[in-house]
Design a protein. Sequence first.
Length: 138
Amino acid sequence: MSRFVMDCSVTMGWCFEDERDAYSEAILERLGPWEAAVPSLWTFEVANTLLVGERRKRISKPDASNFVAFLAHLPITIDEASTWRALSSVLALARVQNLSAYDAAYLELAVREGLPLATRDQGLKKAAASLEVLVVAK
């Protein structure tokens, strides 16, 4: 099975109609034969995005619960080692690449595991290119 790192921007493109795009849909179609790896931070980012969406009336609580159930059935592996790297390699990478610690967590996982990165974030794509990390194309 092939693997890639996937960030929250791709994931939430499956949830909110106004964030859906061809790239997110193409990444979703790859899951099954491919597996997505995510840092442990991803779970908090997804939860917070759903919570903010509920508060802003972009999504109902039942729909948010359905989305979480949908995610649970996808081949997504959470990398627990990323938590321990937040104050070391992730922080250092964020400084060097001028990224948020959140974005650096995805990039650090991709670098550490030698995996391509799926992201919609332009700054993260640029940082990945500077480190010769492949970005998954649609």
